[in-house]
Structure formats: structure tokens, C-alpha cells
Design a protein around this ligand. Structure first.
Ligand SMILES: [Zn+2]
Length: 359
């Protein structure tokens, strides 16, 4: 989160704004100023953009609070120049829950649109002034109302992983297996993404960015869901690794480097008095070498708070926890005793083998 500014939190959901957002504001100010637009008008445009992003935050809170109702927490909401992202701990697997979580965001914008429309009905408005593309005290609410309507409609385009795509997936998943539903929604999303990029090249560069974002997001989600569906029905004990490279806690980094270069190992279990106490990854070794020298004991860079998972836990759940906690390795525990490890690569291999066998 170093590249983002913390804005505040509500109901345990933290809101951050990404640094690239300042480029958007600067670009608006400079491009308007070069056209000779008066400072006061530029101020109104900037205010409009800020208010619009408040609406985007409210949209993301729609998702986050709907998810909270199903016991799913949201890590944070990050605002980028092309929109906001609410990072949910996980996506609900029950199609009905996913439907509500996905639709809650656009519904917030529809609600804001309706409220502003009522206000505008009382204060009076002139639709023709929308064509002038000039934001000032008498048009800003009207612009904000239209922008919210556009946000709602745009997000409902069935391009997975946008909200509309998730709604589509949820509908398909009522009848089809989730992996199949994701594949279909992902395919439609990628088709629309290519269309966005192509159309955007001639009209609007932001659409190109959004198209690329959708394309990559769709393929990531499809492989993620497939992986998860292959893990279904297995327990952690089915994929446990009982043989793994170890290192003593006081061994120098040079020893780790030697083992790293001489084998397939990318991480190690750190032992002290014959007890497994932590893990050491390739990245931690490299980091240690950069900041110190190779005589540094491995305990200075190792991770001594490894993730602990029970053998009887479901494999898909274990994998999800490892992904969210960003742990490449986890300790597998049975009756309070260390039994072996589980690593992400090894889970991927497990999936490859299972999917090859299922053909
Ligand atoms: Zn949304």
C-alpha cells in the first residue's frame, strides 16, 4: 500500500487512493488551463471529478457492505483513475449471494441518480446545457446525476469481471457448474474487451485501458475458478509434502544459496532443536543478500509466523487462505504436531495432474 494514500475507513473497510490519481487531476487542470479556461471553471471541473469519485467509493461500499451481510470481509477499497476496486476476501460461491454482492454497487449509483433527480426537479434544470460541456454551480448536480446513471449502466455491461459479468456468471451458475459458468462469462467478457480496445483506439484511450483490464481480469478469474473447482473434494492431507529442504536457524545465508542453486528448492523450512519454526523463501534470501552479506544467519530474514493449516481442512479453502494471506508455504499440523508443508507450486502441480487425469 506504499503507493496509495489512506483516506479513512468505515465498518472496518479501509479506503485508499492510488498515487496515479494525482496525475488525472493534474491532467485535467493543465489541459483545461492550456485551452484558456478560467480558473473558477477549472475548479468546478475538479470538484465534479472529486464528487464523482465519492460516488465511486459509495458504489464500492455497496459491494463491501452486501458482502459483509454474508460474513465476507473486504480488505480495502482502492481508487484508481479508471475507477475503484473493492478487494473482497473472497467471492461468495452461492450464486444468489454473488448476485446480490455484484448488483449492490450499480444499485447505489441508481439510488444516487434518483435522489439527485428529485433534488433537480425541485431546483429546476436545463437539459440543453448538458451539450455545452461546461460544469458550473447551475449544472454540476445535473452532470453528477447523469454520471451516476452512466456508471450504473456501464458497470452492468456483461463483461466479466465487471459487475454485469458477475451477475451473468451468477445467473449461469444457478443451472451450471461454477467453473463452466465462469468459462462462459469469461469468454463473453474477453470478446467485449477486444471490442472495447478496438473502439477505444479510435475514440477514447480510457476504454482501451478498461478493455485490457477486463481481458486480463477475465482470464485470471477463469483459471482461478478452474483451479478451485479441481481442488474441491480434496483435503489438505491429499497434497501435503512430507519431504522438503530444511535449514538450521543459525546457518549462514551462503548455505541457503548453495542449496538454492544445487536443487529445485525455492523455499526452506527453518528448524531449531529439531523443531520446525519458520520458513525461508527465495525472495527473502535475495533480500538478505542485498541488504547484508552471505554470512548473515538465516533467522534474520526468515518468516517465523508461518501459516498453520490442519490436515483435515478442505484443500480449496487452504489454497484460498494462502492466496489471501500471500503465503507461498504453509505448515501442516495434525493434533498440534508439525507434519509437513503445503506450497502453492505443489498445489498447482496437484491441479495439473488431476486435470490431466480427468480428461
Ligand atoms: Zn462494482
Amino acid at each position: 500500500m506504499k503507493l496509495s494514500l489512506y483516506l479513512g475507513s468505515y465498518k472496518n473497510v479501509k479506503v485508499f487512493i492510488h498515487w496515479t490519481f494525482s496525475i488525472l487531476l493534474l491532467w485535467i487542470i493543465i489541459s483545461n488551463w492550456r485551452q484558456g479556461i478560467p480558473a473558477a471553471d477549472i475548479g468546478w471541473t475538479v470538484l465534479f471529478v472529486l464528487l464523482l469519485f465519492v460516488c465511486v467509493v459509495l458504489h464500492e461500499f455497496g459491494h463491501a457492505l452486501a458482502a459483509q451481510r454474508y460474513g465476507i470481509q473486504t480488505k480495502d477499497i482502492i481508487l484508481y483513475p479508471i475507477g475503484g476496486v473493492a478487494r473482497l476476501e473472497k467471492i461468495p460461491e452461492d450464486p444468489k449471494q454473488e448476485l446480490w454482492v455484484a448488483i449492490a454497487g450499480p444499485l447505489v449509483n441508481v439510488f444516487i441518480f434518483l435522489v439527485l433527480s428529485v433534488v433537480l426537479t425541485f431546483t429546476g434544470f436545463n437539459l440543453e446545457s448538458l451539450e455545452e460541456l461546461k460544469i458550473n454551480p447551475s449544472t454540476i448536480l445535473m452532470y453528477l446525476a447523469s454520471a451516476n446513471l452512466i456508471l450504473a449502466v456501464f458497470n452492468l455491461i456483461p463483461a466479466f469481471p465487471m459487475d454485469g459479468g458477475r451477475i451473468l456468471r451468477a445467473f449461469l451458475a444457478i443451472r451450471l457448474p461454477r467453473a463452466k459458468a465462469t468459462q462462459i462469462a469469461g469468454g463473453i467478457g474477453q470478446f467485449l474487451a477486444i471490442f472495447f480496445v478496438f473502439f477505444g483506439l479510435f475514440n477514447n484511450p480510457i476504454l482501451v485501458l478498461i478493455g485490457i483490464f477486463i481481458f486480463l481480469g477475465a482470464s485470471a478469474e477463469v483459471s482461478h475458478t478452474q483451479q478451485q473447482s479441481f481442488l474441491k473434494g480434496y483435503k489438505v492431507k491429499d497434497a501435503i509434502m512430507m519431504r522438503f529442504p530444511i535449514l538450521a536457524f543459525d546457518a549462514p545465508l551462503s548455505k541457503a544459496v548453495e542449496k538454492l542453486l544445487n536443487s529445485q528448492a525455492t523455499h526452506f523450512v527453518i528448524v531449531k532443536d529439531d523443531v520446525a519454526v519458520g520458513t525461508l523463501s527465495r525472495n527473502q534470501i535475495i533480500q538478505g543478500l542485498k541488504e547484508n552479506d552471505e554470512m548473515l544467519p538465516v533467522e534474520k530474514v526468515a518468516d517465523f509466523s508461518p501459516l498453520k493449516i490442519e490436515t483435515e481442512q478442505d484443500l480449496d479453502e487452504a489454497w484460498r487462505v494462502m492466496m489471501t494471506k500471500n503465503k507461498k508455504v504453509a505448515f501442516i499440523i495434525e493434533n498440534g504436531h508439525f507434519l509437513g508443508i503445503l506450497d502453492q507450486e505443489n498445489i498447482s502441480e496437484f491441479v495439473m495432474v488431476k486435470s490431466a487425469l480427468s480428461k
